[in-house]
Design a protein around this ligand. Structure first.
Ligand code: ACM
Ligand code: ZN
Length: 525
């Protein structure tokens, strides 16, 4: 059975259900639009044109509104004569519909729509089932983001984390500061690893989301029960913004959107009141664009070199009587947290942006390889956390470095004390795009890791996973997406890692292409 993520409970029952010309749909009014989506998918797959019916009869698909213990849960009960979907919410019904599409293989055109009968009772283990996408290092626009949303929704993910600002690009329209995109979204070249060398090429790169683009993305995501989390990274990873408005840096001399990857010493000045206002103004517009209650404020990788040498920052330290610059970063974070709280928003930051004194309602997104333990400690100490550990959930690295199996076997609750398990809100995959220049590589790195992530986030049950994954592969083939078909068998490979960092960051995708060509040659013989 091909439901993926694997359901909490699925029991085989006698018989099979066939969708044919006589099958009708009976539906609670709340679920009408979802039932219509299902009917459209049946039509696209098989040409059958299912009719809605006002009364209960045989050979029917029912969409029933019924109290469920889980807001996102659903049940599917299939008998010889009737297929009943029940859920307490539209979201639960939507997930049931996704499961039905997988049960009947609706992603692939065929005539005989049938499934052996099952009783399915399903609900998610985690409330936060997220995917992060960096559109700063390389810009990906509305169409690609919608594709990502579609893929996420099919496997019941519910949070899209959009990384909108970084050293190498500021990627969202802010009316009050037009230079953020006029200057900040354009760079003259990019660091590449190619032909055995690492160098900065001279190919300009640019792009940003307009307000209309954001509205389109947010609405598209919302129709698929996905909240969009915007990330404005502060105080580090701000070179693109500071290149547009250098007066908010410590030196006043930041002039170029960064072309190299890595960590810049140029960060937002912590001693300039106007710099705080600058960020508040940006956040005002971000809050208007993104309705979800959480805003991500980054907080990662903020070296304090500039602050130590900046008269304004040094003065601020003295005024606040601090003895460490980490306290100053926390002061800044708390400033924006209370600003956002007043606007009814809550805050997520990367775990290295959390300080001992950070308010306990600030969510920690745990990523750092050496501080996963810190993340576990944070959860055990009562802080809400999202688990995105580097060695399991960073999908920007080759499969030879972060094997698919490691993602699939990740247990977000490992090490977390029983009393603190509810503090783990969930799990999120990260797609940074330093070494992802195009959608071909984006999808190769993302698929099928998305399926592993979804499984971890939804149930963690791995029985018959590969059987279900085969259904996803057929779907990716149908969509014409480049995915890593060898991922389930791939192991860690030092050669691949070495080549990725030093020879050609596209090595793995080239190798896969050669493999596919060989497979094709074998078939043709
Ligand atoms: C991160 O990877 N810098 C959060
Ligand atoms: Zn400063």
């Amino acid at each position: 059975m091909r439901i993926l993520p694997r359901p909490q409970k699925a029991e085989r029952v006698a018989g099979q259900f066939v969708i044919d010309e006589q099958t009708t749909v009976f539906c609670h009014p709340d679920f009408q639009s979802i039932a219509e989506q299902f009917v459209a998918k049946v039509n696209a797959c098989s040409g059958l044109d299912l009719q809605f019916c006002e009364r209960v009869e045989e050979n029917q698909i029912h969409f029933v509104l019924e109290q469920n213990d889980h807001a996102e849960g659903y049940k599917i009960n299939i008998s010889q004569t009737c297929l009943t979907v029940s859920a307490g919410t539209k979201q639960g019904c939507f997930y049931a519909m996704q499961s039905l599409c997988q049960l009947f293989d609706l992603h692939i055109p065929h005539q005989q729509l049938s499934t052996v009968n099952y009783y399915v009772e399903d609900y998610p283990k985690f409330a936060h089932r997220g995917q992060h996408l960096d559109i700063c290092r390389h810009f990906f626009g509305v169409e690609t983001i919608k594709q990502v949303i579609d893929l996420m929704s099919e496997v019941k993910l519910n949070k899209l984390h959009l990384h909108l600002s970084d050293d190498q690009g500021f990627r969202v329209q802010i009316d009050k500061y037009p230079l953020l995109t006029e200057i900040g979204s354009v760079r003259g070249g990019s660091e590449v690893v190619r032909d055995g060398q690492r160098f900065v090429d001279e190919t300009p790169h640019s792009g940003f989301l307009t307000k209309a683009d954001v509205a389109e993305i947010v609405s598209y995501a919302s129709e698929r029960f996905i909240d969009v989390i915007p990330e404005i990274d502060i105080p580090g990873h701000m070179v693109a913004a500071l290149a547009a408005y250098p007066e908010y840096s410590c030196t006043g001399k930041v002039t170029e959107v960064r072309q190299k990857w890595g960590i810049s010493k140029d960060i937002l000045c912590a001693g300039n009141e106007e710099g705080y206002q600058f960020v508040c103004d940006i956040l005002d517009e971000i809050c208007d664009m993104f309705p979800y209650e959480y805003i991500h404020l980054g907080g990662d990788e903020a070296p304090k070199d500039r602050w130590c040498n900046c008269p304004k920052c040094v003065e601020k330290m003295a005024e606040l009587k601090y003895d460490s610059y980490a306290q100053l970063q926390n002061y800044m974070l708390e400033f924006f947290v209370s600003y956002l709280n007043q606007a009814g928003k809550k805050v997520i930051v990367w775990n290295d942006g959390i300080h001992a004194q950070t308010s306990m309602e600030v969510v920690s997104q745990v990523w750092k390889p050496l501080t996963r333990n810190q993340g576990i400690k944070q959860a055990n100490a009562g802080r809400p956390t999202i688990m995105s550990p580097f060695f399991h959930m960073y999908f920007d690295y080759p499969y030879g470095m972060t094997p698919f199996k490691k993602t699939l076997k990740f247990n977000p609750l490992k090490g977390v004390k029983k009393h603190a398990k509810d503090n783990v809100l969930g799990v999120e995959g990260a797609l940074w795009t330093e070494y992802i220049e195009d959608t071909n590589k984006l999808f190769f790195n993302f698929l099928p890791r998305l399926d592993a992530l979804a499984n971890v986030a939804w149930s963690g049950i791995r029985s018959h996973f590969n059987e279900a994954l085969a259904g996803r592969f057929a779907h990716y083939d149908q969509l014409g997406l480049n995915y890593n078909s060898r991922a389930p068998k791939q192991r860690r490979s030092l050669r691949t890692i070495n080549r990725f960092f030093k020879v050609d960051s596209y090595t793995e995708i080239h190798d896969h292409q050669k493999y596919l060509e060989k497979q094709q040659q074998k078939k043709d013989k």
